[in-house]
Design a protein around this ligand. Structure first.
Ligand code: KG4
Ligand code: ZN
Length: 326
């Protein structure tokens, strides 16, 4: 079964061809991140225009690299949300057009769920129930994975997403956007015990997250002018990750989870990988090409969903800027 995936929720335009929901034949990503760098965050209108410009060549390149003609596809999967409305519409309209032109079924998937499926797509035997953690620029989500497509919500962030906190701290430290990878690099030269910081706890919801106070803590530490930037970066990173690991450990016990599945851009961070591995259960990370926003994960989830539900979506499928996994 050959599925074309299309991703355009934020500033990455992606197209991928995946066989049987598992084997990635191609995974092409064009990012407009450079355009947004001077704004310190994604500029929605420019992101939408970026998608409109490159979506056709990106899809053509994905088919070419996979050695597949449009007529040979069995399914077209597209991310319908969550994301920026203008960006979502470009991907959705293009996917609908292809579905009509090639007479192929269309399926809309949830982008955040796809981040989780990224690590599961290539895993033969995942012990269930598992704890799923999506740590990205737009989302911080913890859920229990009961079966493919069957989840229970455990916790989420009350304010900033963890990747967003990395990006904002990066900007406080004078680092280029996106700050996540830069903060990690700087943190390697610093001492994580130098700057006293704490992550937010949400009253009455011990498994929810809050990173905005931590970010303000970094701002005040910088204002004091007594700390090395590398020590601030290291202390912030360690505080944020230890909070995630502690809450994940509590959730694992409480929900009887036997494994950990991670997804989202922040999973590129090597310190996070080290800390997660210390929990002592099998941990599944996506491969590098499946960590940041990409269309292979959209195709993977689309295939699973189509085979499980035996249903495709109608052509009036709508983009949903805010849509929860559970
Ligand atoms: O999954 P993703 O592409 O976007 C969303 O769907 O939101 O993740 C991008 C986020 C950015 O906030 C970026 O700074 C962060 O992932 N990120 C990292 C690292 N690499 C990317 N954060 C911490 N350490 C990294 N090495
Ligand atoms: Zn994402």
């Amino acid at each position: 079964m050959l599925t074309l995936g299309i991703e355009s929720t934020c500033d990455e335009t992606g197209a991928a061809v995946v066989r049987d929901g598992k084997t990635i034949l191609s995974n092409v990503v064009a990012s407009s991140a450079r355009v947004h760098a001077k704004f310190g965050g994604v500029f929605p209108e420019l992101a939408a225009r970026g998608h409109a410009e490159v979506i056709r060549p990106v899809v053509e390149e994905a088919l070419l690299r996979a050695g597949v003609r449009g007529e040979e596809l069995d399914l077209i999967a597209v991310a319908r949300g969550p994301g920026l409305i203008g960006s979502l519409l470009v991907g959705l309209q293009f996917a609908k057009g292809l579905s009509i032109a090639w007479d192929k079924p269309l399926i809309g998937v949830n982008h955040v769920e796809a981040h989780l499926v990224a690590a599961m797509m290539t895993t033969e035997s995942l012990p269930l129930p598992a704890l799923g953690l999506v740590l990205s620029g737009g989302h911080t989500l913890m859920l229990q994975i009961l079966a493919p497509g069957e989840y229970l919500h455990i916790g989420t962030t009350r304010d900033d997403a963890i990747g967003e906190a990395f990006d904002k701290v990066g900007s406080l430290l004078g680092l280029p956007y996106p700050g996540g990878p830069e903060v990690e690099k700087l943190a390697r030269q610093g001492d994580p015990r130098k700057v006293p910081l704490s992550a937010g706890q949400v009253k009455g919801h011990p498994l929810d997250f809050s990173f905005s106070g931590l970010k303000t803590g970094v701002l005040y530490a910088m204002k004091r002018g007594v700390y090395e930037r590398a020590d601030v970066a290291a202390s912030f990173q360690e505080t944020a990750f230890r909070d995630v690991v502690e809450k994940a450990t509590v959730a694992m016990k409480q929900f009887g989870c036997r494994a950990l599945v991670l997804g989202g851009g922040v999973c590129n961070n090597l310190r996070l990988k080290e800390l997660m591995q210390e929990i002592g259960v099998p941990v599944f990370f996506p491969t590098a090409e499946m960590t940041l926003d990409n269309a292979a994960m959209i195709a993977g989830l689309g295939t699973q969903q189509f085979l499980r539900t035996k249903r495709s979506d109608p052509l009036d499928l709508e983009a949903i800027p805010r849509i929860a996994v559970v």
